[in-house]
Design a protein around this ligand. Sequence first.
Ligand SMILES: [Mg+2]
Length: 225
Amino acid sequence: MKDILIVWDIDGTLINSKGCGRAAMEKAFYQLFGLEKAFKEVNMAGRLDAMIVNDAFDKNNIINRDIDLFFDIYCKVLEEMLIDKDYIKILPGVKAILEHNSQEYNIFHALGTGNIEKGARIKLKPHNLNKYFKVGAFGDEAIERWEMVHKAIQRAQAFNGIIYNRENIYVIGDTKLDIECAKILGIKSIAVATGAHSAELLREYAPDYLLESLEDKNKFLGIFG
Ligand SMILES: [Mg+2]
């Protein structure tokens, strides 16, 4: 049986978080520094949380940079926002794919996300998605996205006691950055146009696979042969 590893992005891939990450960061920044719209010139899609927050510190000339305190407040704000269970939408087809069992291949799902771990787990909780992801790597663990995905792969391998063949490792995400990090690591990329970028734009970055959405489970599973 073929062992397959899929490293999942969160925002725009598993869920439509409707900007809750940005809104929670803006609120946390306001609580700490009394500054509004601190992230308005900060690009977030596909980037690591720690980089995003450091950019906001730079742009707002913050000298006293306690990023751990910032993330504590961010997580509290995020949790409060997501008491409304309908705030976040799970993207079509995601649950069916995560639930799928196969006779021909064994798929293991890991997280590889720019979110810090606590933030990621808060975002996945309303739709009960945490149970599908025993391991992952997160946005406060690396400088570059590919390093974070590399950690996710190492953790999945350690967890399962398997060295995955590179051609059976996939990274799935909604931005060009997800595609680029797959290329750096020599693994396969699945781009899905349910988030930040259109299919036309994603195509320019030449992903191995490009899907409009994850709604068609069979089309998705067709990737693995
Ligand atoms: Mg994303």
